[in-house]
Design a protein around this ligand. Structure first.
Ligand code: NIG
Ligand code: FE
Length: 405
């Protein structure tokens, strides 16, 4: 059986094919075959053989075409919401104080445990649809609000079921997110449990990567190391919530384990940057959390850039530090807050986001990659980072097929 071959012509392509530059192809054409891109280039150079056996042809009518957007860091599955905590923070309480007083992540753990699988799926589907409305094609979802074997499994199952929407879902095991109340005063015992559950959940096909929250209010570097050692024994790649509120040396530790990514990084040191550069670890910056926690310490973007560390962006969607669901707003904030360029912002949600998930088959418009792309009403790709509160998405193509949103 031969795969369906489709020609997409008349679009201005943003290929991101080289390490630098937009890779613009005005009046471009894309040929997809099944779920893959077969040919990309100017329509005037389309080889006649590419028209053989065409089953469909689409006129993109001068629209802009980019790789599909990838959100490489979310906590999308949870019960409840934390607007009361938002009010407390506006009155002066800090995120750390609320967490230490038993609120924060723990309050979402209680709400998540109390929710059934159907309602967790219902709320997560609505969030995933909102992200897809702005061009999401690949989504990472972390566990970390269950914190028991059963509740973590339930959340990971719900996360994986979001692929019913047609997008790719990668699930990350983040049981080392907070200490559940039944383990009060026994953090090391809880880390033992986190490690013991890992092979069981892996056998159920629920884990693509392992993450931890290495922070004063969460897990120490030594405890994080134990989680990572277990992951390594099981052949699972690691990621880390590192240097969000303080410098714990988490990035250097994660780099020892060739982490796919270190995320947040406001307090990242020069030696942490060097370790990430040496390990090829991606920096995932989270402007939504920076904004919503009213942080003032900026992640070291210029130093990351100078060291050649690839920079990705993500929503970090979660009820405590980043309740937003707009990838386009993340691009805008990355430019305004972090002084990233619009091109870096788009790379951050495409090719570098793919790398942060260990998915080399996507993120650029080049032959051989997966045919996930977005069609926008825009004249230039920098417009995607320029507007906020305006969604220029015209269509999304997932695995070579136009997605009916
Ligand atoms: O990425 N930093 C830890 N985890 C989340 C916040 C989780 C929460 O507050 O519920 C984050 O910001
Ligand atoms: Fe996070």
């Amino acid at each position: 059986m031969t795969a369906v071959r489709t020609l997409w012509r008349g679009g201005h392509l943003v290929t991101l094919a080289s390490p630098q530059g937009w890779g613009l192809v005005p009046e471009g054409a894309l040929v997809t075959e099944g779920d893959a891109i077969r040919w990309v280039g100017p329509l005037s150079e389309l080889p006649p053989s590419m028209r053989d056996g065409l089953s469909a042809e689409h006129d993109l009518a001068g629209a802009l075409v980019t790789p599909g957007l990838i959100d490489p860091h979310t906590h999308l599955v949870y019960g409840g919401e934390r607007s009361a905590e938002f009010e407390l923070r506006l009155q002066g309480a800090t995120y750390e104080e609320i967490a230490r007083a038993g609120g924060g992540i723990r309050s979402t753990v209680a709400a998540t445990r109390a929710a059934d699988e159907i309602s967790l799926r219902h709320s997560a589907l609505a969030r995933a649809r909102a992200l897809m409305n702005e061009g999401l094609t690949t989504l990472e979802v972390k566990s970390g609000y269950g914190l028991s074997l059963e509740d973590e499994a339930r959340c990971l199952r719900v996360a994986r079921s979001l692929s019913d929407l047609g997008l790719t879902v990668r699930t990350t095991y983040l049981a080392a997110h907070a200490l559940p109340p039944e383990f009060d005063g026994r953090t090391d015992d809880y880390v033992d449990a986190v490690c013991a559950w890992m092979p069981q959940l892996q056998q159920q096909g629920l884990i693509d990567a392992v993450d931890a929250f290495c922070e004063r209010i969460a897990f120490s570097p030594a405890q994080t190391r134990r989680v990572f050692e277990t992951a390594r024994r099981l052949g699972l790649p690691v990621k880390l919530h590192a240097e969000q509120l303080s410098d714990q040396g988490g990035a250097a530790l994660a780099s020892e384990f060739q982490a796919l990514s270190c995320d947040h990084l406001e307090y990242l040191s020069d030696s942490g940057i060097q370790a990430m550069a040496d390990a090829g670890t991606v920096a995932v910056l989270l402007p939504g959390a920076f904004y919503f926690l009213r942080e003032t310490k900026l992640p070291p973007v210029a130093a990351l850039r100078a060291a050649g560390v690839p920079i990705a962006l993500a929503t970090d969607h979660n009820p405590g530090s980043s309740p937003g669901l707009s990838l386009l707003l993340m691009m805008n904030m990355a430019c305004t807050f972090f002084r990233m360029t619009p091109e870096e912002a788009l790379r951050g949600l495409t090719v570098n986001a793919a790398r942060a998930l260990g998915l080399p088959d996507r993120g650029q418009l080049v032959a051989g990659q997966r045919a996930d792309f977005c069609v926008w009403d825009a004249g230039h790709p920098r417009e995607l980072a320029y507007y906020f509160g305006r969604n220029p998405r015209r269509a999304t193509v997932l695995q070579g097929r136009q997605h009916e949103a």
